[in-house]
Design a protein around this ligand. Structure first.
Ligand code: NAD
Length: 507
């Protein structure tokens, strides 16, 4: 395609192979089986990392190490000040290692280097915020229970937490969970995605350097089965915190129920931005383009559908197509690139099949609609794609396509826009664009999503909870609500003096 902006491969000295081991009870270890797996760069085709393939042996050892560390009290009974000191040190170390970590993140995932740097550097703030919570958390006290009674409600760390993460934001998503679990006093076992395991290990190195005691954070590499599955079923695990697909989230929820462990889930989304005629259309079009192409569209918060008022639909679509042509697709190592490679060839074919299916059902491809070949890098890329004449029942309007593909739907009334917004199995996020505060407020109140953005898209802060309604998840992450997930609540009821009347009749 000549009418889109493509950055060809730039000359670059690729880093040496990253060799990954498990971190169990404070030591770096290979697998008992000696097996390894490799990750090939989606953009550059070379082997980025070779990792130990964990099995039940390693998962069991890591869970036992986390249990032993928790029960010993080395971390769970440490003061908030001591925990905060380690978390703050980790934040500093992250900032000192951004470039090194971001390079591996980009090579394993295919995302642009500028976005990897933003993800890794930005994560330091999550660690700092969690450190502040470690020192400021407290329960409740009750002195209204009677003159001789006092009650306190304590928050105690829930125990051993299994953290299972996806490939698309490996460093950020781990940092939405791990510092909060550690701030609460929990111990953890982490399993990163088999597609992007290495930056989790780099973070593990920083945890060791920061002085986190052995066994408090264990990392096991490998596949969902058997590693993730044992982490979801084991009796010694008290909670599973999972981010990934809705299908795997449902499996984890089902198998975890046998031990009634707590399950927190951050799952998929089919997130709309709704554009009213009175909106700042330039700003809205820019946010739509950002929302659909950020992280190569492989983002739980991707605004993969827009619902635009029919009076402005043609004009708005033209603005989006014009901006899409200017977005820089191509070599993820080029600092100016905005959209990189697709995670696997199979996923690229899946994206393409959604587009072809929509076309066959009568949708119109206004831009793109094909895989993309980037000079010097091959064809594991997808063109910026805008599709109109999409009806709400088409799979492209309902499923998480997870690629740089935008579906355009239209509406006539506010009620219709809200009905279309909520006509989804998912409920992660939604956005509204209007200069009328009443329109924005009504939309915000009625949208069935965990986050609503008004006149912006994808702004997030460590203070503000994140999570999904419906099949986008359960529980919340980050902010005070996310932190609370990692606690059990214990009530202590105390009598003052010897005022208790005997229950058994006195002789
Ligand atoms: P995935 O569900 O395929 O894998 C996620 C993790 O689960 C991986 O570590 C995988 O090895 C593991 N896993 C697989 N089967 C398992 C099993 N049976 N038991 C335990 N663990 C198992 O997801 P993915 O392709 O890595 O990530 C993309 C998905 O994640 C998308 O659906 C996206 O929307 C979602 N996501 C959600 C959020 C959010 O915050 N809501 C954020 C990022 C990604």
């Amino acid at each position: 395609m000549k009418d889109i902006t493509i950055n060809p491969a730039i000359p670059f000295d690729l880093p040496p192979l990253f060799v990954g081991q498990h971190l169990i009870d404070g030591t770096w270890q290979d697998s008992a089986s000696g097996e390894t797996f490799e990750r090939r760069s989606p953009s550059h085709g070379h082997i980025v990392s070779r990792s130990a393939t964990g099995g039940e042996v390693e998962a069991e050892a890591a869970i036992q190490a986390a249990r032993k560390a928790f029960d010993s009290g080395v971390w769970s009974r440490a003061s908030g000040k001591e925990r905060a000191a380690v978390l703050l040190k980790v934040a500093d170390l992250i900032e000192q290692n951004v470039d090194r970590i971001a390079l591996i993140e980009t090579l394993e995932s295919g995302k642009p280097i500028s976005q990897s740097k933003g993800e890794v550097g930005g994560a330091a703030d999550l660690w700092r915020y969690a450190a502040s919570l470690a020192r400021s958390t407290h329960g409740d006290s009750h002195n209204t229970l009677g003159a001789d009674m006092m009650g306190v409600v304590l928050k105690e760390p829930i125990g051993v937490v299994s953290i299972i993460t996806p490939w698309n934001f490996p460093f950020w998503i781990l940092s939405q969970k791990l510092p909060f679990a550690l701030a609460a006093g929990c111990t953890v076992v982490v399993k990163p995605s088999e597609m992007t395991p290495s930056t989790t290990l780099m973070l593990g190195e920083l945890l060791v350097e920061a002085g986190l005691p052995a066994g408090v954070c264990n990392i096991v590499l490998g596949y969902g089965v058997p590693v993730g599955s044992l982490m979801s079923t084991h009796e010694s695990v008290d909670m599973v915190s999972f981010t990934g697909s809705t299908a795997v989230g449902k499996t984890i929820s089902a198998v975890a129920s046998h031990t009634l462990k707590k399950v927190a889930l951050e799952l998929g989304g089919k997130n709309p931005q709704v554009i009213f005629p009175d909106a700042d259309l330039d700003a809205a079009a820019d946010a739509v383009v950002f929302g659909v192409y950020f992280n190569v569209g492989q983002c739980c918060n991707s605004s993969s559908r827009i619902i635009v008022h029919e009076d402005i639909a043609i004009d708005f679509r033209e603005r989006v197509v014009a901006l899409s042509r200017k977005v820089k697709f191509g070599d993820p190592l080029d600092p100016t690139t905005q959209v990189g490679a697709i995670v696997t060839p199979e996923h690229n074919s899946k994206i393409d099949s959604y587009v072809k299916q929509a076309q066959a059902s009568g949708a119109t491809v206004d831009l793109g609609g094909e895989p993309l070949e980037v000079e010097g890098l091959g064809d594991q890329f997808y063109q910026p794609t805008v599709i109109s004449d999409v009806s709400p029942d088409m799979p492209i309007a309902r499923d998480e396509v997870f690629g740089p593909v935008l579906s355009v739907l239209t509406f006539k009334t506010l009620d219709e826009a809200i009905t279309l917004t909520n006509d989804s199995a998912y409920g992660l996020s939604a956005g509204v664009w209007s200069e009328n505060v009443h329109t924005c407020l009504e939309f915000a109140r009625r949208a069935e999503t965990g986050t609503v953005w008004t006149n912006t898209w994808m702004d997030g802060f460590p203070e503000v909870a994140f999570g999904g309604f419906k099949q986008s998840g359960q529980g919340r992450e980050i902010g005070r609500y996310g932190f609370e997930e990692f606690f059990e609540v214990k009530s202590v009821v105390m009598r003052i003096g010897n005022s208790r009347a005997p229950w058994v009749p006195q002789d």
